[in-house]
Design a protein around this ligand. Structure first.
Ligand SMILES: C[S@@+](CC[C@H](N)C(=O)[O-])C[C@H]1O[C@@H](n2cnc3c(N)ncnc32)[C@H](O)[C@@H]1O
Length: 210
């Protein structure tokens, strides 16, 4: 069965509606940024929210905040004393997530760090429950190498863009496709991890540390 736009629309309409604040954030992202397609869509956002609610994490780390859409979706499931550290190196778009984090009921649980993720990760404490990996593809493997020791046993890494618009099975030799393919192989061959790829949007891997 092909996931046609009509079916996708039906799925969105029959899933719990996205919160009003996220609708506003999505609108502003499309009006004011040059790459609004980077934002997690409605369905992906509801999936991130549901996964987070099933886990009730104490510590979530997001690599790649952009305008904060996924941050707010993931924050919905945080436990009472939980927090999400979200990292982005782009100063130009940072005013958007800052504004929406402040407006959100989760504002006190969100730690927005404006810096290169490679600099920030070594400073993060142990016992991460959930990682959302959604930044520069060339560093996906390095991010897993740095974050895996800090992830608790049973914790998960959710990695986005894992099917790269289908290019992973076509004869594309561009760098980003190669990075994604290398990442998928790396994760599959690591015996301390379990992985399943969900064919949602651009492909999402759910990777569990044993
Ligand atoms: C696809 S967007 C993130 C989308 C967001 N997670 C969402 O779902 O709405 C990728 C983001 O990663 C950021 N990024 C890329 N390389 C980075 C790095 N080395 N450190 C921190 N952020 C980085 C970019 O600035 C961009 O905002």
């Amino acid at each position: 069965m092909e996931l046609t736009p009509l079916l996708e629309d039906y799925i969105e309409k029959n899933s719990t509606e996205e919160p009003v604040l996220l609708k506003e954030l999505r609108r502003e992202t499309f009006l004011k940024t040059t790459q609004p397609h980077m934002l997690s869509g409605i369905l992906q956002g509801r999936i991130l929210s549901m996964i987070s609610k099933l886990i009730s994490p104490y510590l979530i780390v997001e690599i790649g905040t952009f305008t904060g859409y996924a941050t707010l979706c993931l924050a919905e499931g945080l436990s009472e004393s939980g927090k999400i550290i979200t990292i982005d190196s782009n100063y130009e778009t940072a005013y958007i997530p800052k504004k929406y984090f402040q407006k959100s009921e989760f504002s006190k649980k969100i730690d927005f760090v404006l810096n290169d993720a490679l600099q920030v990760i070594p400073q993060i404490e142990q016992n991460i429950d959930v990682v959302f990996l959604d930044a520069d593809k060339k560093n996906y493997v390095t991010y897993v190498e740095l974050l895996k020791p800090k992830l608790r046993s049973g914790g998960i890494i959710i990695a986005d863009n894992i099917l790269w618009k289908g290019k992973v099975v076509e004869n594309f030799k561009d760098k980003k496709t190669e990075f994604i393919k290398e990442f998928n192989t790396y994760v599959r061959l690591d015996s301390s991890l379990e992985v399943v790829i969900l064919p949602i949007r651009d492909g999402i891997s759910i990777i569990r540390k044993k």
